[in-house]
Every structure is written in structure tokens, then in C-alpha cells.
Design a protein around this ligand. Structure first.
Ligand code: CA
Length: 695
């Protein structure tokens, strides 16, 4: 674990956790009248946005239709709220009563008047900035859960916190992970039958995945279900783990294994099944993780759990023996579809591996699958629904260009299902990657342990033979075919909202918020968002007025590490909540960060540093810095471009990188990871990139 910068503060927090453990966090009741009154006021289920995916089936479809295809052109900005951040914004707001609950970076919760955007309260869980080192994909958060006058948020450093919805006062807090391991929480909790369900991330770093449920009233742990087996020499936690262990070999448990539940869940109250998606294997290549092969259950799988106990009822593995970071944590949607003349209760998912899946959600039986983007890792699906891997693209021995790359064909950005059109709207993309095992790889506890050569991320930005295609895809899940698509300039466009006004709303990477006709994809309206949009919009109605809201803000994995490909979006960070209504005339907010290459004259470097130093600096840079500062020091627009580092920044380089001088801004100290000579080499490399505009 890293050395905390504010030991007293951390000690105080740890002692709170210890007290919680000892007392099982006995609830101190919130002021129930105030909270419940605020929550209940005027919220018919169709009017608010009460759950992460609006409803437990996570369709992200709203029956509201005051705004429709005939009048959407008169939509305008009703209000905006500045999140005062340049980090990524991935939050789906909730609207309960007349209050909107939205999260920003560092797991901060904002309660806003949903009519005006006025701040009612703000809760900052004070995530130690050092924890950015354990978050693969930015210090992002995807939202809260709400129930009975309480708001629940998972924090980047692994805590689950319950707040009084009326005041933002903390009711209880519990640590859901071992703080000594590089777990993180970026996903939204879900509420199922009085329990708060939360997973975590960290497969890239070497952790063992699990999902937990806590009693909403007390914060006491109800159950924990592991997704991959631990050391077989010890007792298995369940029969499911014992079965899973037969599909692994070697000493995977020393590396963690992966399979983290970092995002998607859905719930069917009639079947009483909770569905969770599990993540990729760690390290990425199966050959290094489980040298004898095997499916490595339950990586890259959909798990159906009994919500009262966490017991595994069925599983479906979308990528057997994952070697490509093909998580199945992408958005899960439940719907009833007529297939071959009979109504089927199905579960749908477009996971990273490029296949659109339709499963029977009662039994887990395979219904159908088809590639929704370019796929070459697999040659097709067998009769049981098992993908057939193309062995000629196995990269265990030599590098292979594989579609999709580790970003997948679709990432965390939620899709939407419209029961009227019968279509699923997927924020999809084609981004391949050259998979190549880093021959220097040795697992180091707490570090990024993918085992892939990080320099191949440059393929995102400079390999002219590789094109990035990104698009909004309207997909017929019954026929398993594309119906329409809208192309975009680059990847990481926003999540999707569908409404009964025959509309689909989506923000774009290039800074627009757009409405399309749901049936044919015709663009009906757009407005500038002032920054890249990745999160999914919501809609709600108060006093007869329908509003549409999106939390905008460019950042997270692709904007941080996508280099030139992310710069194609031509936007800069600047998180804000944007709310629209018919006839509103608000002014579009301005860009928050200045574009690159402003404000500084080129910095002369003399004498030229030796080539060996620059080479060493480049290797160290791509090992330690790429994840946030981009390949070749090219920022994708979320944080300041290191090629524009000022002379002052370069002068203070060691104080920043080792001393933690910019920790309050989110730049953690690398004092536990890098020595002074290594930092000097990285500094020389970054200085050599000063003002460079080659790719
Ligand atoms: Ca991953």
C-alpha cells in the first residue's frame, strides 16, 4: 500500500472503519420525515429516474413523451451545473422527488434542485489522491443508488457510504475491499430487496473479483460472492468456486485472477434473479495466468445470483479463457421479446468481445448471438453458444492484430432498449490492437499487471493502417442485425437514452448532445455540450415539465490513454450537468480547459540529452505514465498535454512526481515506484517531446 500523505486523516478514517467492523455499523437513523418527504414528493415511478438504468431491467427507456419527434427541435438548455473538474464524468444521475443526485470524479455526490440546478448539498468522501494509482481508467464514478431516504455511493478507494438524501449527512460507511490491495470502485451500487449490491475493479492490477451485498439500513455485510477461485489448497467458499477451479491451472490465485464486477447489474423481481457481469482475466494472456489452458470460470461471464444469499444459480461465459480484456461487465438489459413465435424472457448484452448476446434469463440458455462490430478473434459461435476462437490469432507466441482491442466493441457507456421500435441502441466502435506479450513482464504486486507491451497503445494513435470507426448502432436483437448507424469522428461517445417520443438521445465525444428519431436514426436536434460527453442521459418530469439531463465531461480510459485518436474529438475536459426542456433558451457553457499549445513559448533543451537516456525515459514513461498522460506524452484532451509542460513544471518535475506537489490536483506521488534517476530519465523524455506535434 502506498504511504498516505495525511497520516492523521487516514488514521482517523481507518479507525472509523474499525469501529464499523466492531459495531457492524449500527444505523443511526436519519431524520426520516424530512428525507422521506423529500424523496416521495411528486415521484410517480414514471416521472423520476429512480434506478441506475431507470428500472431494474435497466432498459434506459422512459415512457415520457412530452418531448417527441415533432417538437424536439425546440429543446433548449434549462440549466447547467459546473462540476468544476477536468476529470472524466461517467455518472447517470438519479431524480427522486425534485432532487437530482449525480456523482463527479473522486466519488463526490451532488444533490441538485432538479428544476433549477441549484446545489442542495454536496458530499465529498475525501478519497486519498494516491488511490489514482489503483484506478486503471480515471478517477471516475458512474452514479448512486437511492432507497428509503438514503443515497448510496461507492468510493474509488473501496468504501460504500450511505447518506441522508435530504441533508447529505453520512449515516454509515463500510470498507468493501482489502485496502492493501489495488481494488477500486467506479460503478453504481444497485438496490435489491433491502440490500445494497456493489462490486469493484482492479483485474488489470492483479486482484480476485467479487460482488458483495450490504444491508441498506445498517451497512452490515449480507453476503459476498467470489467470481474466480482462490487457492485450491484452502477451503473453497462455495461449490461454484470448486467447479470453477477445475477450469484453471497453475498458480493463478497468486496473480489474483481477475473477473471483477465493476459495472453492470440488472434484477428480475419475478424470477428473483440478480444478474451481474464479470470482468477480464489478469494478467491478460491466459498462457501466463493458467498455463494449462481452460475456460477460467467465471471470467467474462454473466452470473445469475439469488439476491438474498448471493448463491450462483446459472452462469454464461461469453469469452472462454479470456486473453483480450474482453469483460462481460457491459450494460445488461432485460426484456421480453417474441422470438420464433414465442415470448421469451431474455437478457441482452453487447460485451467487449464484439458479439451481441441474447440469453434466456430464467435458465441462462443460449438464444442467439451475432457480431455487432468487426470481430476476428473468433470464427463464429457453436450450437451451444460458445465462441470458437481463431487459433491462428493466438498471440502467446507472436504478436497479433486482433479485433476488437481491449476497449472492446462497446465499453461501459450504457446502451438503451426501446420496446416500441424493438431496437437496442449501442454506443459501439471498431478499435483493434496489436496484442503482444511484454517479454520484460514480471508481476509486481499493486502495479498494472496486464503483461502486454504498453507501447502498442500507440497503435491507437499512429498506425495509419488502423482506422478507428465509432458509431451509434441501432440493433435488432431478434433478427440479430444492424438497422441503422450514425458514424462519429472518434470513440467513447456517450451512453444512450430512449424515450416514448420516438427519440434516442446521445452525447458525443466531439462535444455535442444529439436527439435522433428512434425508428430511423434521423438527426432531429443537437446542442453544444462544451466538452466531450460519455455518460448516459436521463429524463424526468416535474410539475408537468419533461426535462432531459446529461452529465458531460471528457476523461477516463480512452480520453486519457487514446493519444491522437482521442484528440480527434477536439474537446477538452470540463465536467458539467446539462438539463434541457422545450422552449428553454439557456446559453451553452464554454470550454473549461484551454486547448493545447497555448500560453508557453517552446523550451530550448541544451545540450541534447544522450539517446540512451531518452530511450530509457520513453520506456519508463510508457510503463508508468501512459495510462493518464497518453502515448508519447499526447494527452487526449482530458488533462493538460505534457508536451505543453511549462519550464516551471519541468523545473519542479521531481517535486511533482516524487514529492507529490500536485497531489491536490490529482497527480499522485510515485515515491514508492520510481527512483530519482528514473524520474530524471522520464523528465528528459518529456522535455524531448516539448512542442512536438508529430504523432
Ligand atoms: Ca479490463
Amino acid at each position: 500500500m502506498t504511504i498516505p500523505r495525511f497520516p492523521a486523516l487516514i488514521a482517523a478514517r481507518l479507525s472509523t472503519i474499525l469501529v464499523c467492523l466492531l459495531l457492524a455499523c449500527l444505523p443511526s437513523k436519519p431524520a426520516p420525515e424530512a428525507a422521506d418527504a423529500a424523496l416521495a414528493r411528486g415521484t410517480a415511478p414514471d416521472e423520476g429516474w429512480l434506478r441506475h438504468g431507470r428500472t431494474d431491467d435497466e432498459q434506459r427507456f422512459s415512457p415520457l413523451a412530452e418531448i417527441d419527434e415533432t417538437n424536439v427541435a425546440s429543446l433548449g438548455l434549462a440549466w447547467s451545473f459546473d462540476l468544476e473538474t477536468s476529470h472524466g464524468v461517467e455518472s447517470t444521475p438519479l431524480v427522486v422527488g425534485d432532487t437530482m443526485f449525480v456523482t463527479g470524479p473522486w466519488s463526490v455526490v451532488y444533490a441538485l434542485d432538479a428544476r433549477s440546478g441549484q446545489l442542495r448539498w454536496q458530499y465529498d468522501p475525501r478519497v486519498p489522491r494516491q488511490h489514482a494509482l489503483s484506478a486503471c481508467c480515471g478517477v471516475v464514478n458512474r452514479g448512486v443508488a437511492a432507497e428509503d431516504g438514503r443515497i448510496f455511493v461507492g468510493t474509488l478507494d473501496g468504501r460504500l457510504v450511505a447518506l441522508d438524501a435530504a441533508t447529505g449527512t453520512r449515516i454509515w460507511e463500510t470498507q468493501t475491499v482489502d485496502p492493501a490491495q489495488p481494488y477500486s470502485i467506479t460503478g453504481a451500487p444497485r438496490i435489491v430487496a433491502g440490500l445494497v449490491v456493489i462490486g469493484n475493479g482492479g483485474a488489470e492490477y492483479g486482484v480476485r473479483g467479487y460482488v458483495s451485498a450490504y444491508h441498506a439500513d445498517s451497512g452490515a455485510l449480507a453476503w459476498r460472492t467470489w467470481t474466480v477461485p482462490g487457492d485450491p489448497a484452502k477451503t473453497f467458499e462455495s461449490e461454484a468456486m470448486e467447479r470453477a477451479a477445475r477450469t484453471w491451472s497453475g498458480r493463478w490465485f497468486e496473480l489474483g485472477g481477475g473477473g471483477t464486477v465493476w459495472d453492470s447489474m440488472a434484477y428480475d423481481p419475478d424470477l428473483d434473479l440478480l444478474y451481474v457481469g464479470t470482468g477480464n482475466g489478469g494478467p491478460f494472456p491466459r498462457s501466463l495466468r493458467s498455463p494449462g489452458g481452460g475456460d477460467n470460470l467465471y471470467l467474462s461471464s454473466i452470473l445469475a445470483l439469488r439476491p438474498a444469499t448471493g448463491e450462483l444459480v446459472w452462469h454464461f461465459q461469453t469469452t472462454p479463457g479470456d486473453s483480450w480484456d474482453y469483460t462481460a461487465t457491459q450494460h445488461i438489459v432485460l426484456a421480453d421479446l417474441e422470438i420464433d413465435g414465442r415470448l421469451r424472457k431474455v437478457l441482452m448484452q453487447a460485451p467487449k468481445n464484439g458479439y451481441f448476446w441474447v440469453l434466456d434469463r430464467e435458465t441462462g440458455a443460449f438464444v442467439s448471438a451475432a457480431p455487432y462490430v468487426t470481430v476476428n478473434w473468433s470464427k463464429g459461435i457453436d450450437a451451444d453458444g460458445r465462441p470458437i476462437a481463431d487459433e491462428t490469432l493466438d498471440y502467446a507466441q507472436s504478436p497479433k492484430l486482433v479485433y476488437p482491442g481491449p476497449s472492446g466493441g462497446h465499453n461501459w457507456h450504457p446502451m438503451a432498449f426501446h420496446p416500441g421500435t424493438g431496437l437496442v441502441y449501442i454506443p459501439a466502435f471498431d478499435i483493434p490492437m496489436l496484442f503482444e506479450i511484454d517479454d520484460r513482464f514480471v508481476p509486481i504486486p499493486g502495479r498494472l499487471n496486464t503483461a502486454l507491451d504498453p507501447s502498442n497503445y500507440v497503435a491507437f494513435d499512429e498506425n495509419e493502417k488502423v482506422e478507428i470507426d465509432a458509431f451509434l448502432l441501432a440493433w435488432d436483437p431478434v433478427a440479430q442485425r444492424e438497422v441503422w448507424r450514425v458514424p462519429y469522428v472518434t470513440s467513447y461517445n456517450g451512453g444512450v437514452l430512449a424515450t416514448d417520443g420516438n427519440l434516442v438521445f446521445q452525447g458525443t465525444a466531439d462535444g455535442r448532445f444529439v436527439a435522433y428519431r428512434a425508428s430511423d436514426g434521423a438527426k432531429l436536434w443537437e446542442a453544444p455540450a462544451g466538452t466531450g460527453v460519455m455518460a448516459a442521459p436521463i429524463t424526468y418530469r416535474i410539475d408537468g415539465v419533461q426535462y432531459v439531463t446529461v452529465a458531460a465531461g471528457w476523461g477516463g480510459s480512452f480520453p486519457l490513454a487514446g493519444g491522437t485518436a482521442a484528440l480527434l474529438a477536439n474537446v477538452w475536459g470540463g465536467g458539467r450537468v446539462l438539463t434541457y426542456a422545450l422552449g428553454a433558451k439557456g446559453e451553452a457553457p464554454k470550454k473549461a480547459l484551454p486547448p493545447p499549445l497555448t500560453g508557453h513559448a517552446p523550451i530550448p533543451v541544451s545540450p541534447a540529452p544522450p539517446a540512451a537516456l531518452l530511450e530509457r525515459g520513453s520506456v519508463l514513461y510508457h510503463d508508468h505514465c501512459l495510462g493518464c498522460h497518453g502515448p508519447k506524452a499526447i494527452s487526449g484532451g482530458s488533462i493538460r498535454d505534457l508536451r505543453d509542460a511549462s519550464a516551471e513544471t519541468l523545473d519542479q518535475f521531481e517535486a511533482i512526481v516524487l514529492g507529490g506537489a500536485r497531489e491536490p490536483l490529482g497527480m499522485p506521488s510515485f515515491r514508492d515506484r520510481l527512483g530519482r534517476d528514473e524520474v530524471a530519465a522520464i523528465r528528459a523524455y518529456i522535455a524531448s517531446r516539448n512542442r512536438r506535434r508529430d504523432r
